[in-house]
Design a protein around this ligand. Sequence first.
Ligand code: ADE
Length: 250
Amino acid sequence: MKFEIFTILPELFTPYLGASILQKAAAKGLVEFNLHNIRNYTHDKHHTTDDTPYGGGGGMVMKPEPIFEAVESVLGSPPNCPVVLMTPQGKPFSQSMAFEFASEQQVGIICGRYEGYDERIRQYLVTHEVSIGDFVLTGGELPALMIVDAVTRLLPGVLGDPTGAMDDSHAMGLLEYPHYTKPAEFRGWNVPEELLGGNHQLIEEWRIIQSLRRTHSKRPDLFQKFDPRSLGKKTRKIYEELLKILPLHG
Ligand code: ADE
């Protein structure tokens, strides 16, 4: 799959995309990260990408022409893939959105700076507006990297363990179970017995119970939304038993 990233600060991406799992995924040809500098699509002497807002007020607004020209020259006019605008006004990013983007051949991501974007970019160019949380950053580059990271690790062959992404927190709508490694005893704190005996059925059940318990206590909103139909027969029974002993608060 290909990411086409539109930004006035491409240098912010290179260290993160050039390290660890993302770098290896690109080197193996599993993903392409293509950076497009919006400034290269300006035609004035100063390579202007922003201007003052009509109607006055503080801050600068990203101009429409360079962004339209950049996106359309890379993705076609109109683009036939998702064009994602990073903005705190967008839909909150989620694991299910990461799966959705991971099923695409190509995804465009536009990163803004300054006070905002000319509204015509939202209206006539982008297909998705995405936020990474209810706070405001100085630009869309970090949010874009978060999306690129979350999506890339879902692509086939990227993680060493092919089940890795399925066990993640949020993949099933639950938080992940606790993990332990050696030593079995550290400062008198012991690894739970269930994990030590090598009984895979017992381990699986213990993990599901822990996932349910911790989702219930840390993220009651997720627990309430959890659809137990995704559980097997046996674990479904455990869920129902847990529901009885863990009444939902409020
Ligand atoms: N740009 C600035 N803040 C942002 C946020 N919270 N999400 C996405 N893009 C942003």
